[in-house]
Ligand binder design. Structure first.
Ligand code: B12
Length: 161
C-alpha cells in the first residue's frame, strides 16, 4: 500500500517571506505510519519546499500512483488548497481514498463533506490514532461500513463510502 501526504502548493506567508515552515502535521503523521506499518510506503510531498505548482503536483501524483492521499491545512486561509489537492487526486483516480485533517476540517466536518464529495474521510482533532486505525482497516482490505464506523475520530458520508 502506498500513501502520499501532500502539503499543497501555496503562496509564501507574507510575514515570513520565503521562510519555509515544515508541515509538522504531515511529518508527524508520516513518522507514526513508518513506525506502526513498516510495510506501508509513505511519502510526504511538500509542494512549497519542492516548488511544485499544480501541474507538477498533478504529474507527481500520477507518477506515485498512491492508494491513499491525505492533506491538511494549517489555517483556514489555506483550506481551499487542500480541497483543490483532494479534488485533483479524485480526478486522477477515483479509487484513491482521500483524507483531510486539521483544525478547520475538525470544526467543519459535516459541511465540508457535503460541499466536497471528493473528500472521503475527515480525521478530526489529533490524527495519529484515527489514522492508524484507518490504515489497519484499509490494509485488511475491509469494505464494511461497520468497520469504518467503529473508528473513533473520523467523519464520512455513509451513502458515499
Ligand atoms: C506553529 C504555528 C504556526 C507557525 C507554523 C509553523 C509550521 N511549521 O507550520 C507559523 C508561525 C508559521 C504560523 C503561521 C500562521 N498561523 Co499558525 N499556528 C501555529 C500553532 C501554534 C501550532 C501548529 C502546529 O504546528 N501544531 C503541531 C501539529 C503537529 O499539529 P496540527 O497541525 O494541529 O496537526 C494535527 C491535527 O490537526 C491533525 N491533522 C492535521 N493535518 C492533518 C492531515 C491529515 C491527512 C490527518 C489525518 C490529520 C491531520 O493531525 C495532526 C497530528 O495530531 C497553532 C495553534 C495550535 N496550538 O494548534 C497556530 C494556528 C494553527 N495558526 C493559525 C493561524 C491563523 C496562522 C496564520 C494564518 C496567521 C496569520 N494571521 O497570518 C499563519 C498562516 C501561515 C501560512 N501561510 O500557512 C490559527 C488557525 C486558525 C484557523 N482556523 O485559521 C491557529 C489555530 C492559532 C489560533 N488559535 O488562531 N502558525
Amino acid at each position: 500500500m502506498k500513501i502520499l501526504l501532500i502539503e499543497p502548493p501555496k503562496k509564501f506567508w507574507f510575514v515570513m517571506g520565503e521562510y519555509l515552515p515544515p508541515p509538522y502535521n504531515l511529518l508527524l503523521l508520516a513518522a507514526v505510519i513508518e513506525k506502526e506499518f513498516p510495510e506501508i510506503n509513505v511519502k510526504v510531498i511538500d509542494c512549497q519546499a519542492n516548488r511544485l505548482d499544480w501541474e507538477k503536483v498533478k504529474r507527481k501524483i500520477r507518477q506515485e500512483d498512491p492508494d491513499i492521499v491525505g492533506s491538511g491545512s494549517h489555517a483556514t486561509c489555506n483550506v481551499y488548497k487542500t480541497i483543490r489537492t483532494l479534488d485533483l487526486v479524485k480526478k486522477i483516480n477515483p479509487q484513491i481514498v482521500t483524507i483531510a485533517g486539521g483544525n478547520h476540517f475538525t470544526m467543519l466536518d459535516k459541511v465540508t463533506l457535503q460541499e466536497y464529495p471528493f473528500i472521503d474521510i475527515i480525521v478530526r482533532y489529533e490524527g495519529e490514532k484515527a489514522l492508524v486505525e484507518l490504515l489497519k482497516y484499509y490494509s485488511a482490505n475491509e469494505t464494511s461500513k461497520k468497520g469504518l464506523k467503529a473508528i473513533k475520530g473520523i467523519s464520512f458520508m455513509e451513502n458515499r463510502i
